[in-house]
Design a protein around this ligand. Structure first.
Ligand SMILES: *Cc1c(COP(=O)(O)O)cnc(C)c1O
Length: 415
């Protein structure tokens, strides 16, 4: 291929993805209906866009936000707050709210997301769950499947209080957990244990398909508002949706025992959370089309990608395996330089709190660390994988694809 033809090449790739794009459009339409109906039936009004100060009593807008989330997740209750910094804190609050000294938490998708290492106590921390006398157990996936035999044995042998299931793969090479697979394991768990609380880390998976975990039996579903559902409009926040009693426990843990959901000033959040949710189906669509295009193009250029364009899409994340440190760094540099914010900044590998190896990150975003905006990151270890996500609009994603192809061809030529 000639460098003059890069744009033509990317347009050709785009044409090959017609069927996949059609499906993404259908999902977006379905979820847009879901959101619109929820907002209409909650009777969201202009006055609900304004927030409260101080204690945040009588925050009607905040209650409407939570009612809309409740309906979208088709569950009993929701906690959607700016006091939750992001997904990590929402998960921290949910786990702390469910567990008491002596209780067992069991992860059935292997080691959870890196930022939870010190929350749980997988890595020592004086404030971890383990430091409070909570026991942590983990069962790894085998060839991307749940290890049912081990799970059954554990549930029958011990009184497990909380099962946690992380759908998106995080910094691993496993596949993410699709909604059908999630539905099957939840019903299997229920056959041997009616009591155990099933919590799902839904980060990056919202609106990628037709159903959310609470619609297939999860008791509690948790996620970040600087990802899919914030749509680049929410400037921080997290959500916890599910059974009323459990959501109430989370509110009491986050806020004040005895005051629960009644307090927590919303400031400017009501408008941002509602507008963000309103835009989310479409922003997730842009993100998925960007992912498909990158997946197809990088595969053509000879890199191993996961998922491939014709495989099931579970989240907005694409793995691109570079097997070479410098190629990973180059890729991140192009993504950074394709951003609107901090495009002139050169990303360099650094140590990050909560993460194991050095990480390189490209996040030229309007919201710090936002990964629904075009961004990528990767730990500097074999096999040098970039985890790419986002783009608030598809066209900005496509520009990044074109820039990457150009850069990689230029490098080839100068070899
Ligand atoms: C991003 C992510 C988190 C943490 O969410 P933040 O908003 O970054 O704190 C947790 N779990 C998974 C699977 C994630 O992708």
């Amino acid at each position: 291929m000639d460098r003059k033809n890069v744009i033509e090449f990317v347009y050709d790739c785009e044409r090959m993805l017609r069927d996949e794009y059609d499906e993404v459009d259908r999902v977006c339409f379905f979820n847009s209906m879901k959101v619109l109906k929820a907002m209409q039936s909650a009777k969201v009004s202009e006055a609900d866009l304004y927030g409260t100060t101080g204690y945040g009593y009588n925050d009607i807008g905040r209650d409407k936000v939570e009612e809309v989330y409740r309906q979208v997740f088709r569950c009993e209750d929701a906690l959607v707050r700016g006091q939750l910094i992001s997904g990590t804190q929402a998960l921290t609050v949910a786990m702390s709210a469910m567990l008491r000294p002596g209780d067992i938490i069991l992860s059935i998708t292997g080691k959870p997301y890196d930022t939870l290492d010190e929350v749980i106590g997988i890595k020592d921390n004086d404030s971890s769950l383990i430091s409070y006398g909570i026991k942590y157990e983990q069962i790894d996936l085998i060839d991307n499947e749940f290890d049912k035999e081990k799970i059954y044995k554990m549930l029958l042998a011990k009184r497990v209080k909380l099962i946690t299931i992380q759908r998106s793969k995080g910094y691993s090479t496993r596949e993410s957990i699709g909604i059908d697979k999630l539905a099957r394991i939840i019903s299997d768990i229920r056959r041997v244990d009616k009591e155990v609380i099933i919590m799902v880390d839904n980060c990056y998976c919202e609106f990628v398909t037709y159903k959310e975990p609470t619609e297939v039996g999860a008791d509690l579903v948790v996620g970040s508002l600087i990802k899919n559902l914030g749509a680049g409009i929410a400037t921080n926040g997290g959500y916890i949706c599910g059974k009323k009693k459990l959501v109430e426990l989370c509110a009491e843990r986050l806020n004040v025992p005895g005051q629960g959901k009644e307090v927590g000033p919303s400031g400017n959040n009501n408008r941002m959370f509602l507008l963000g949710l309103y835009m989310a189906p479409s922003v997730v669509k842009s993100s998925l089309k960007t992912k498909l295009l990158f997946s197809y193009v990088m595969d053509k250029l000879g890199y191993k990608v996961s998922p491939r364009y014709n495989e099931e899409m579970v989240d907005i994340v694409l793995n691109i395996e570079f097997r070479n440190k410098y190629k990973l760094i180059d890729f991140c540099k192009v993504i950074q330089s394709s951003s609107a914010i901090d495009s002139f900044v050169e990303p360099t590998p650094t140590d990050m709190p909560g993460y194991d190896s050095q990480i390189i990150m490209a996040s030229g975003s309007f919201t710090q660390g936002s990964s629904i905006e075009i961004s990528c990151d990767g730990p500097l270890r074999e096999p040098y994988i970039a985890y790419l996500q986002g783009s608030l609009t598809y066209d900005y994603g496509k520009i990044a694809v074109i820039n990457v192809v150009n850069k990689f061809m230029e490098k080839e030529e100068n070899k």
